[in-house]
Design a protein. Structure first.
Length: 230
């Protein structure tokens, strides 16, 4: 199958640039700049030859469903990179995605989806969104051989819903691990006294003890690059 034009889940692709104001007002990072990391990783994996990506997100789904004959004719597949999408506040978006996947005739590839919960006890007790996840996974399997899931925790969750590993899903890790291809770059080992700069990323709402550790650690370095998580 030759791929030339793919729909890409997200509000921007790695090759698109927008003014800062538009990125903030239209929330093109979808609340978290970490999304751009695994978007870029997945994009690099699929953009071979003349493949072009066109982004779509929840505000586009109804329009695309309404013109699905044209979508099926104009595109070769749908790439859906996801992070911790199996969670309660993402369930409405998951239902919307399920509608889209059911409506299209295109192959749909879900890459890196993960489960979010506070404890294994919570996982064993089940969630209100279990039905949403089951319907989403079932819909994707009609258009794809396997789902790529983030880790063993997500695998355990899908097994609890009746899905079978390596038949319905495969643990592939976070898509960001593939930013440089199928081999992870080897870290360069340095002694503490050789370090002159450090990059730190963090999000609002961290415990005071973590913030204190970051401040004390950052004071030991001459150059600091702070990357806000959201």
């Amino acid at each position: 199958m030759i791929l030339r034009r793919l729909l890409f889940w997200g509000r921007m692709t790695p090759l698109e640039t927008f003014p800062l104001g538009e990125i903030l007002m239209k929330n093109r990072i979808n609340n978290n700049i970490g999304n751009l990391l695994f978007y870029s990783s997945v994009a690099r994996a699929v953009m071979t030859g003349d493949v072009k990506l066109e982004h779509f997100f929840r505000e586009d789904v109804e329009r695309l469903i309404g013109s699905m004959d044209a979508v099926n004719a104009d595109y070769d597949g749908v790439v859906i990179p996801l992070a911790n999408a199996f969670r309660s506040d993402y369930a409405p978006i998951l239902r919307l995605l399920t509608r889209f996947v059911c409506a299209t005739k295109l192959p749909c590839w879900v890459i890196g989806v993960g489960m979010q919960a506070r404890s294994e006890d919570e996982l064993r007790a089940g969630f209100a969104f279990d039905g949403d996840v089951r319907e989403f996974v079932t819909a994707v399997l009609e258009k794809s051989a396997l789902l790529g899931v983030r880790g063993e925790y997500t695998a355990e969750y899908l097994r609890s819903l009746g899905f079978v590993e390596e038949k319905h899903f495969s643990v592939i890790g976070c898509p960001s691990a593939y930013l440089y291809g199928d081999v992870l770059p080897q870290p360069r080992r340095k002694e503490p006294e050789e370090l002159r700069s450090v990059a730190v990323n963090a999000a609002p709402g961290l415990p005071d003890a973590v913030n204190d550790l970051l401040r004390r650690s950052m004071a030991d370095f001459g150059e600091i690059c702070f990357i806000p998580q959201r």
